[in-house]
Design a protein around this ligand. Structure first.
Ligand code: BEZ
Length: 237
């Protein structure tokens, strides 16, 4: 007899390999994350087609797709609706809906059908306290090696901030490319955080302002990183 434990699928965590799956999407079949080797990818879920918050999100995300793509980041959506529902909804969005000046919006990224909820369950997108029949608004940031680097979950009622999702992609890529961390509310062009000094000598040099860094204390030093340098490094040529 199956008990609660045998049904339990652990939720993926930051640093885990993205769980693999094959699925049917509005752009054909995908083999995830293998098809995205060498690229960043955002796998995100929405609760249901033909609902207002999700519609506002899809129009917004689709309008930003080029911007994400230029940062080498592809988008993949998912809900537990079927393929024909997805197709009809995306057609309605394109043909009928104008939202905040965005109109004729074509969703060109794949939208996964997941009527069995198998993918949604693998990714912890079904959170029964919120809904056992719909996915929450999950966002998984997956790097070019297929590793989950950040995860954000929102409840059904709360539309996501897509500028924040872009900021996360740029911040993760900046951290990788320059070996730095990014402080609170960081935006490209703001100072970045350098790793803590490995020895007292280096820490003293920093505190004595003998480097190009600004140190608030021995464990908290920042340096300038031009916005142009960030975007020249991360944007696809
Ligand atoms: C919405 O997208 O508007 C929505 C979907 C499911 C539950 C609540 C709101």
């Amino acid at each position: 007899m199956e008990n609660e434990n045998t049904q339990f699928t652990p939720m993926p965590r930051i640093g885990d390999k993205a769980p693999e799956f094959k699925a049917v999407t509005t752009q054909g079949e995908i083999n995830f994350p293998v098809d995205y080797d060498g690229q960043w990818v955002i796998l995100f879920s929405h609760p249901a087609d033909f609902t207002p918050v999700c519609t506002s999100e899809f129009i917004t995300f689709a309008s930003l797709e080029k911007k994400f793509s230029e940062a080498n980041c592809k988008l993949v959506g998912l809900s537990v609706d079927g393929l024909y529902s997805h197709i009809a909804w995306l057609r309605t969005i394109r043909e009928k809906i104008e939202y905040k000046g965005m109109k004729d919006v074509e969703v060109k990224f794949p939208l996964i059908e997941d009527i069995t909820m198998s993918v949604a369950k693998k990714y912890g997108m079904i959170q029964p306290g919120e809904s056992s029949t719909k996915a929450v608004r999950a966002v998984f940031f997956i790097d070019p090696k297929g590793i989950i680097r950040a995860i954000i979950y929102y409840p059904l009622s709360l539309g996501r901030n897509f500028d924040e999702l872009y900021r996360v992609v740029v911040a993760l890529q900046t951290a990788d490319a320059f070996g730095v961390a990014t402080p609170a509310d960081w935006q490209p062009g703001d100072d970045v955080i350098v790793p803590t000094a490995g020895s007292c000598g280096v820490a003293k040099e920093r505190m004595d302002n003998k480097t190009d860094m600004h140190c608030y204390d021995w464990f908290f030093c920042t340096k300038k990183l031009d916005k142009e340098k960030v975007f020249k490094t991360i944007l696809k040529k």
